[in-house]
Design a protein around this ligand. Sequence first.
Ligand SMILES: [Zn+2]
Length: 261
Amino acid sequence: MSGKVTKNIVCPKCNEITQTEIYTSINAFNDPELREKALDESLFKWRCESCGHEARLTYPVLYNDMKNRFMVYLIPRIERFQLADRELEEEFDNLKNINKRLVPDFNTFKEKVFIFESGLDDMAVEITKLAISETVAKKQNLNEVTEGYLSMYDRETNTMGFTFFLGESKEPYVQSARLEIYGKSMSIVKEFAVKDKKLKGFIKIDREWAENVLYRYKRSKHHLQNTENEAKPTIKKNELEKKKINIEIINPQKKSEKEQK
Ligand SMILES: [Zn+2]
């Protein structure tokens, strides 16, 4: 069942009140029409009955798709990583192995729906996206490319496409990738995100999360390489290699800068 409430919304232009139905939860399987409306955003459009003023409503929406076994909780601008909603947990306790995600904005919401409907693992997609964004940044001579989403997935041609937004003008840029990179990301997830897979409640799987996992992965490679090198007497070369690997590691400072904000 999809859930809705009736709210009185005051028009920001003429101050008149319009009674409006708001969907607080969407059941994509039972309400395919509602799914369409959510994805094309028409569900969030609001119109004043008195003056015709139009606005976009932002409010928390819980989207669930039990056929594809996922739930996405859109909570505008939410910053936390995990949200345990006991009431929801109890309600859906009978359904195991459901991917539960927390998203802060509409674009991420749409991307998650696309990923899970395509039968993909969003953790692996996020790691793939991070790796591809680094390639794009290098190619375009940019410090970093942080914004982007999965825009294409084609099993037959063995490709995945990401749309990134470059520079201050946020110029869209499409970069495709072979599915092998996704496969590699999948194996990283299996080894380095075991705990995350078991987390309860709704969790945020985004770029920051992927940076953390890739950091752990690279550090473990670093560690392995050092152990191998210990047997060799050429200390100088060992030092050089250490330095080279250090550069490859995603700078953890970036993280703390973000947290300070
Ligand atoms: Zn109005």
